[in-house]
Design a protein around this ligand. Structure first.
Ligand code: CP
Length: 304
C-alpha cells in the first residue's frame, strides 16, 4: 500500500506515467468511467479548499466511484479532541483511499501510518502540496512539451507557499532547470529548501525582490498569493500582501511563449485583465487538477 505525502515519494518515471495516464484520460474519458466502481474516496479537509477537494471528488465520480468526507474540522469529531491517528484509523474502515488537508505540517504523514488505506496529502500547513505539484507538472508538460530546459520564476509568498516548496522539489530532478525566486525579504524560500534541495542538487538559482528585471528570462512564471492564514501578525500581512501585482503592462517585456501559472485562489496578485492574455494558463491548470488526480487515484488503488 502506497501513500503520497511528499512529491519525492514518486520517482520521475512514476510522474511521467501519471502524466501519460492523465493525458489519456483527457483524450479518452469513457475508457475510465467505471474503473473505480465500488470504491470509495474519503476527503478529510481540516482546512478550506475549493479546487483540491472538489477536483478529488469529481475525479472519483468520473472514475465511477463514490465519495464521503467532511470539508471543515468543525463538522468532524476532531472538534471534540479526536486525534488524526484515531480519525483515519476509523475512516480507513469506511473508505478505500483518503485525501487529507490539514493545517499542521506532518499530519497526513501521521495519517498514512495509521489509516490502513492509502493517504494522499492534499496540503499540510506551509509544508507540501504534492497533488498541486502533479497538476503543475501536467500543465507545464502540456503547454511547453517538456519539464527540462526551463527557467522557472516563483513570485510572491515563497515562505509559506507550500505549492512552491513541492514544485521546486519536483523540478530539481529535471535537467537544466533554472530557478528565479522573487519575493519580499520577509517571505523568501525557507533555508531548508535552499540547502537540501537547490544547493544539494546544484540547481542554478537566484533570489531577487525585482520581478521586472527577472521577467524577460522566464519560460514559466508561477505567481502565488500571500498566505494570510499563516501570518502571526495581521499588520505584517497588510504590509506585504500587495508586494507583487501582475498587470498586462508588466508582461510586455516577457517572452511570447511565457506560461503564467498560479495554484489559485488568487486575491490581488494577478489583475483580472491578465486573464485575457493567451499566456495566462492558471484556469487551464485548475482544470488539469481533476485529470491528474484521477490518474493518481488509479495508481494508488492499483487499478489497471
Ligand atoms: N490550489 C489549491 O490548493 O486550491 P484550494 O485551496 O482551493 O484547494
Amino acid at each position: 500500500m502506497k501513500s503520497l505525502i511528499d512529491i519525492l515519494d514518486l520517482s520521475v518515471n512514476e510522474i511521467d506515467n501519471l502524466i501519460d495516464t492523465a493525458n489519456d484520460i483527457i483524450a479518452n474519458p469513457e475508457k475510465y468511467a467505471h474503473k473505480c466502481q465500488g470504491k470509495k474516496l474519503a476527503t478529510l479537509f481540516f482546512e478550506p479548499s475549493t479546487r483540491t477537494r472538489l477536483s478529488f471528488e469529481a475525479a472519483m465520480y468520473e472514475l465511477g466511484g463514490n465519495v464521503l468526507g467532511f470539508s471543515e474540522a468543525q463538522s468532524s469529531s476532531s472538534s471534540k479532541g479526536e486525534s488524526v491517528a484515531d480519525t483515519v484509523k476509523v475512516v480507513g474502515y469506511y473508505a478505500d483511499i483518503i485525501a487529507m488537508r490539514h493545517p499542521k505540517e506532518g499530519a497526513p504523514l501521521v495519517a498514512s501510518y495509521n489509516a490502513g488505506v492509502p493517504v494522499i496529502n492534499a496540503g499540510d500547513g506551509g509544508h507540501n502540496h504534492p497533488t498541486q505539484t502533479l497538476t503543475d507538472l501536467l500543465t507545464i508538460k502540456r503547454e511547453k512539451g517538456r519539464l527540462d530546459n526551463l527557467t522557472v520564476g516563483f513570485c510572491g509568498d515563497l515562505k509559506f507557499g507550500r505549492t512552491v516548496h513541492s514544485l521546486i522539489g519536483a523540478l530539481s530532478r529535471y535537467e537544466n532547470v533554472k530557478i528565479v525566486l522573487v519575493s519580499p525579504k520577509e517571505l523568501t524560500v525557507p533555508e531548508y529548501i535552499k540547502k537540501e534541495v537547490l544547493e544539494a542538487k546544484n540547481i542554478e538559482f537566484i533570489e531577487t525582490t525585482d520581478l521586472e528585471s527577472a521577467m524577460p528570462d522566464l519560460d514559466i512564471l508561477y505567481m502565488t498569493r500571500v498566505q494570510r492564514e499563516r501570518f502571526f501578525n495581521e499588520q505584517d500581512y497588510i504590509r506585504l500582501k500587495d508586494s507583487y501585482i501582475l498587470t498586462p503592462e508588466k508582461l510586455e517585456i516577457a517572452k511570447n511563449d511565457l506560461c503564467i501559472l498560479h495554484p489559485l485562489p488568487r486575491v490581488n496578485e494577478i489583475k483580472v485583465a491578465v486573464d485575457k492574455d493567451s499566456r495566462a494558463k492558471y484556469f487551464e491548470q485548475a482544470k488539469n487538477g481533476k485529470y491528474i488526480r484521477m490518474a493518481l487515484i488509479l495508481k494508488l488503488l492499483e487499478v489497471e
